[in-house]
Design a protein around this ligand. Structure first.
Ligand code: ADP
Length: 475
């Protein structure tokens, strides 16, 4: 009985105001607009009464969503640090238990503790673990329990008196789409902020934050090196950028050098790509069957790049010497892009589908492997961008940069339209690959034989083998 007595207690980690999280908004770089929005919330949290006199109340909940490693936890801690408030950190999975009543009583316990320290902050990471749509498939069991927990969160949030004992609830998730809509209603998570992958400038700013306590030969050299790394790290998260600098520091120490140099940074970058995605050390022999898959993938990417050439991003060469979940094709980014048309955006979605489409075609849907898995992610990200941020689609002319202006059923509408674009892109991509199957086969052969292939040879093959139709397959 004694052991079970602690079951209903929240496992949340508590950081008091005195210890403070020690983290401020200066620790988060890039995406300045996110900081501005959150700074406003901190001002209201701190100066409750002044704002209440003006009829302004702090939101009850802030939901941060975006890919892992983009700094959502960091932001939550920064809010606590800036406001100087006690901080209760929990994880959605803490509430998912098979024992009846445990989830709900853990939620109750957490909110009771937070209220006794109010004003205070509750942070629930991976809130989707407990807050996913009700009535959906019960993956992993414990569905009824989770529902109880979710209901308890809703009750607790509704129960806050607006004027006193302010407790701000911050949730984080990378699955906004599966959250129960009840959580997103007014008076619950009123503020929804997207934390996305950093832009090039954002990456530079993040690198600078994490270079603060590292040694470089000079400020000038540091600036040049970080600029270079920022350019080479498209699609990297803040966490990955931080890792590069740490790794470079370790390599520098191992070589007994005083300063981090270009070699160390580039090697750290390579390791980051490698270890994060394959767990393999350099020079490991790539098994033959994986080489074949890689060669097909690169060939498909090459064919699509020829079919929809991008004058501002010509490809230069590709190889099958390393295994990454993203294509190895290299590009030469030419500055001075003036404008992109809707068709350019759509074509980029079609191109992004290539790794997945060829793998499914060659090896069958049951034999897909992880080297094509990022392709669908990338394609749907591009589709989402087109739909939400350009105003060029049937979705409407609005710009939903961070979706804080969440319209009713935004997720459902987005999903429906994205589905249409994805369907179109996959179909188009398959038909291009069928039409140019000979080019794809030939490029694959060259890659298997030589390990690499340059742009010129790719173009030659593409042009000479073009448009020899594949024999029709009877149904
Ligand atoms: P998430 O909660 O989104 O998964 P985290 O907040 O845990 O991401 O990020 C992990 C670490 O990566 C942070 O502690 C921080 O050191 C670094 N990091 C991520 N994004 C940023 C950023 N925008 N600026 C500075 N550091 C960042």
């Amino acid at each position: 009985r004694r052991a079970l007595g602690s079951l209903g207690k929240s496992r949340a980690k508590f950081i008091s105001a005195e210890e403070s999280t020690g983290i401020t908004f200066d620790d988060f770089a890039g995406q300045e607009y996110i900081k501005r929005e959150l700074q406003e919330i901190v001002r209201i949290l701190k100066d409750d009464e002044e704002f209440q006199d003006k009829g302004i109340y702090c939101p009850k909940g802030v939901l941060l969503h975006g890919p892992p490693g983009t700094g959502k936890t960091l932001l939550a801690k920064a809010i606590a640090g800036e406001a100087g408030l006690p901080f209760f950190a929990a994880n959605g999975t803490d509430f998912v238990e098979m024992f009846v009543g445990v989830a709900a009583s853990r939620v109750k316990d957490l909110f009771a503790s937070a209220r006794s320290y109010a004003p205070s902050i509750i942070f629930i990471d991976e809130i989707d673990a407990i807050g996913s749509k009700r009535g959906g498939p019960d993956i992993g069991g414990g569905g009824a329990e989770r529902e109880q927990g979710l209901l308890q969160i809703l009750t607790e949030m509704d129960g806050f008196k607006v004027s006193t004992s302010q407790v701000l609830v911050i949730g984080a998730t990378n699955r906004l789409d599966i959250l129960d809509p009840a959580l997103l209603r007014k008076g619950r998570f009123d503020k929804i902020i997207r934390v996305g992958l950093p832009s090039k400038d954002g990456r530079l700013a993040i690198l600078k934050v994490h270079a603060r306590n590292k040694y470089f030969r000079s400020e000038e050299e540091k600036d040049v090196l970080l600029q270079e790394i920022a350019e080479l790290t498209e699609d990297f998260t803040g966490a990955e950028l931080q890792n590069i600098l740490n790794e470079a520091g370790i390599l520098t120490a191992r070589k007994d050098l005083d300063f981090i140099g270009r070699d160390e940074l580039l090697e750290a970058l390579k390791r980051q790509k490698g270890t994060f995605e394959t767990g393999q050390e350099d020079n490991t022999e790539i098994p033959e069957d994986l080489k074949l898959r890689l060669a097909y993938r690169e060939a498909a990417v090459a064919v699509l790049a020829c079919y929809f050439p991008n004058p501002y991003r010509p490809f230069t060469q590709t190889d099958i010497k390393s295994i990454r979940s993203q294509p190895n094709m290299c590009y030469n980014d030419i500055p001075g892009k003036v404008f992109a048309r809707k068709s350019d955006y759509v074509n980029s979605i079609v191109r992004a589908c290539a790794p997945r489409v060829i793998e499914e075609e060659m090896f069958g849907v049951d034999n897909l492997c992880w080297i094509s898995s990022k392709a669908t992610l990338e394609a749907s990200r591009l589709a989402e961008f087109l739909i939400l941020q350009t105003g060029m689609t049937a979705f409407g002319k609005a710009f939903y940069r961070n979706q804080s202006d969440l319209v009713p059923n935004l997720a459902a509408k987005l999903e429906a339209l994205r589905d249409e674009y994805m369907r179109y892109a996959v179909d188009k991509c398959s038909s291009v690959l069928r039409e140019y199957h000979l080019a794809a086969e030939t490029i694959t052969d060259v890659l298997l034989e030589k390990g690499e292939i340059g742009a010129e040879e790719i173009w030659d093959i593409y042009k000479t083998t073009a448009r020899i139709p594949q024999p029709a397959v009877s149904p």
